[in-house]
Design a protein around this ligand. Structure first.
Ligand SMILES: C[S@@+](CC[C@H](N)C(=O)[O-])C[C@H]1O[C@@H](n2cnc3c(N)ncnc32)[C@H](O)[C@@H]1O
Ligand SMILES: CC(C)=CCC/C(C)=C/COP(=O)(O)OP(=O)(O)O
Ligand SMILES: [Mg+2]
Length: 288
């Protein structure tokens, strides 16, 4: 006889919206994410940066071009994580890092491989947390890399526990004042916070129709650049570096738009990046 033990450790979502987002990610299985992750076992739910290696793409038989394209898109995704990790500052092996909205855990694995430290992640999705923990077990790093089902606005970490923390394309699901108050709580004074995010550009005026389309597609709420800076200033997070990654993410989108893995959202990203209404930003801030 098979018995099913309910997982009593999974907390109820704090709001109905969070319940919807948990269900969204529990059911997500887009080939554009799983096939890219299968390349080397690093599963990301974020986009890519850097120049496309056209020589690598065109080298070899036409019948294998799609495979090379998948490898190339995935290389650009991991390059994005590398740039985020570059901005965490000096991290020691006895430090703890926090990944807020960790997805399937690709960034956490890369952080551990680079710094040999502890990496704790939270996601609303039990499927994602299970997936990330299974990957950590497969790699023999589950003593140091752990995903939990938890709300990034109320993280299961001690005050001042983290040497650094980040949001990699996950801050558009929460109120920024609440989010940065929570990062400021879990970060040690002198710790580093980094986000890579898509934000609407106040210079454009208001969210464009493309930004509204991206919000509807992912059930998220993209904030403006101004909101990020204001909410950081309100919560003891002082920007040290701001990089506009928009020009370096466009090659990823233009390559993806030519692939068989398109999801239909490519046009909205390309058009909004090109008309200036939307920006892909990295912000690194010191916790003071
Ligand atoms: C687009 S994915 C990004 C995943 C990951 N950061 C990456 O780069 O692969 C967004 C993630 O944010 C998480 N998320 C959204 N709202 C959250 C919340 N309130 N608390 C914790 N995680 C949340 C989702 O569960 C999902 O894992
Ligand atoms: C930059 C912005 C606005 C991001 C919104 C958050 C989001 C859904 C990121 C990518 O996830 P994914 O990798 O699951 O998406 P896709 O399936 O399109 O690759
Ligand atoms: Mg993706």
């Amino acid at each position: 006889m098979t018995t099913t033990v309910p997982n009593a450790a999974i907390p109820a979502p704090a709001t109905s919206y969070q319940g919807d987002i948990a269900r969204y990610w529990d059911h997500e299985a887009r080939p554009v994410n799983l096939r890219l992750g299968d390349v080397d076992g690093l599963y990301h739910h974020h986009y890519g940066i850097g120049d496309v290696d056209h020589a690598a793409l065109e080298a070899g038989p036409e019948s294998e071009r799609e495979e090379r394209l998948v490898t190339e898109l995935h290389r650009l995704e991991s390059a994005q994580t590398d740039v985020l990790l570059d901005h965490l500052g000096p991290i020691r092996a006895d430090d703890t890092l926090v990944d807020a909205g960790c997805g399937r855990g690709g960034s956490m694995v890369m952080a551990h491989q680079r710094f040999n430290c502890t990496v704790e992640g939270v996601t609303l999705s039990a499927k994602q947390a299970d997936f990330g923990n299974q990957r950590a077990r497969d790699l023999g790093i589950d003593h140091a890399v752990r995903s939990r089902v938890a709300n990034m606005l109320n993280m299961p970490f001690e005050t001042g526990q983290a040497a650094a923390s980040w949001n990699n394309e996950s801050s558009m699901y929460v109120d920024l004042e609440d989010l940065f108050a929570e990062h400021a709580r879990v970060l040690a004074v002198g710790g580093r916070y980094v986000t890579i995010t898509g934000c609407w550009n106040p210079v454009y005026g208001q969210p464009s129709k493309w930004v509204s389309q991206i919000n509807a597609h992912f059930e998220c709420n993209i904030h403006s650049r101004r909101e990020y800076l204001r909410a950081m200033a309100d919560n003891r997070l002082v920007p040290q570096t701001i990089i506009d990654l928009t020009p370096t993410t466009l090659p990823y989108w233009e390559l993806r738009a030519t692939s068989s893995l398109v999801t239909g959202i490519e046009e909205a990203f390309i058009n909004s990046y090109k008309d200036g209404s939307f920006q892909y930003l990295l912000i690194a801030a010191d916790r003071v």
